[in-house]
Design a protein around this ligand. Structure first.
Ligand code: FAD
Length: 221
C-alpha cells in the first residue's frame, strides 16, 4: 500500500509529530511505501492565486475554478501543486496530521486542500462524493486538541462533538472527492493530559495503525 502522510504543524517536535512518526514507522514497517508532506518544513504556499498556473485560460477575468479545470486538463499547474498531486495519485491511504486550530485546520493545510485537491483533479462538475475523482483511496485525520473530550460534546461547553467539528473536512473535503473516510484519531487535551496520558495516546494510536486494513470507513448517507 502507498501511504501519503500530510503533516501541518509548525513544530517538528510537537506531540502531533510524535503521532506522525508512529504513522511513518508502523505503516512503513510493514512493507508499505510512505511519503511525507511536511507542509511547514516545505514552506508550502497556502494561498491560491494566479501563480498556481503556468498559463491562464482567461487572464482578463480569472475564475479560479475554471482555471483549475483548465490546468487539470492541460497539465498547467505550478510545480509544487503538481508534485503534491502526484503523491495523492499514488496514495492508497492519505493520513492527515494537524492540531485543531479555531475548530478547524491550520491555514497551511486549508491551502493544501484549496490548491492540491483542485477541480478537474480531485473532483469536477457532477463528479463528487461516490463519483469523486479520487475513488479507491482512504483518508484519515489524526488531530490533537487543547480542549478535553467532555467539552467536545453536545452537552459540553463547546456544544458540539469532534465528529461535527471535523465534518467539514471528513465529509466536505475527503468524502467529497470520492475517498472513503476512516474514523479520526483524536488526542484530546494533548498538553494537559500529562506524560502518562500522552503515552496512552501513542499506544492507542499504534494499536489503531496495526489494524488499519480492517477499520470500517464512516458511513455517510
Ligand atoms: P505540543 O504543545 O507540541 O505538545 C504537548 C505536550 O506533549 C508538550 O508537553 C510536549 O513536551 C509533549 N510531547 C512532545 N513530544 C512528545 C512525545 N514524543 N511523547 C510524549 N510527549 C511529547 N484547541 C482546541 O481544542 N480547539 C481550538 O479551536 C483550538 N484553537 C487553537 C488555535 C490556535 C491558533 C492555537 C495555537 C491553538 C489552538 N488550540 C485549540 C490548541 C491546540 O489544538 C493544541 O495546542 C494542540 O493541538 C496541542 O498539540 P501539539 O502537538 O501542538 O502539542
Amino acid at each position: 500500500m502507498n501511504v501519503l502522510v500530510v503533516y501541518a504543524h509548525p513544530e517538528g517536535n510537537s506531540f502531533n509529530a510524535a503521532l506522525k512518526e508512529k504513522t511513518v514507522s508502523i505503516l512503513g514497517g510493514t512493507g508499505n511505501k510512505v511519503a511525507v508532506s511536511d507542509l511547514n518544513e516545505m514552506d508550502f504556499k497556502p494561498a491560491l492565486d494566479t501563480r498556481d498556473f503556468l498559463e491562464l485560460e482567461n487572464p482578463a477575468s480569472v475564475n479560479y475554478l475554471m482555471e483549475q479545470r483548465n490546468a487539470s486538463a492541460k497539465g498547467l499547474f505550478a510545480p509544487d501543486i503538481k508534485a503534491e498531486q502526484e503523491k495523492v495519485t499514488k496514495a492508497d491511504l492519505v493520513v492527515i496530521h494537524f492540531p485543531v486550530w479555531w475548530f478547524s485546520a491550520p491555514a497551511i493545510l486549508k491551502g493544501w486542500f484549496d490548491r492540491v485537491l483542485a477541480a478537474g483533479f480531485a473532483w469536477d462538475f457532477g463528479k463528487i462524493y461516490k463519483d469523486g475523482l479520487l475513488p479507491g483511496k482512504k483518508g484519515m485525520l489524526v488531530v490533537t486538541t487543547g480542549g478535553n473530550a467532555q467539552i467536545y460534546s453536545k452537552d459540553g461547553l463547546h456544544g458540539t462533538d469532534m465528529d461535527q467539528v471535523l465534518y467539514h473536512i471528513n465529509h466536505g473535503v475527503l468524502y467529497f472527492c470520492g475517498m472513503r473516510v476512516l474514523p479520526p484519531f483524536v488526542a484530546y487535551s494533548a498538553f494537559q493530559v500529562g506524560d502518562e496520558g500522552r503515552r496512552r495516546y501513542l499506544e492507542e494510536y499504534e494499536a489503531r495503525l496495526k489494524k488499519i486494513d480492517s477499520l470500517e470507513p464512516i458511513r455517510y448517507p
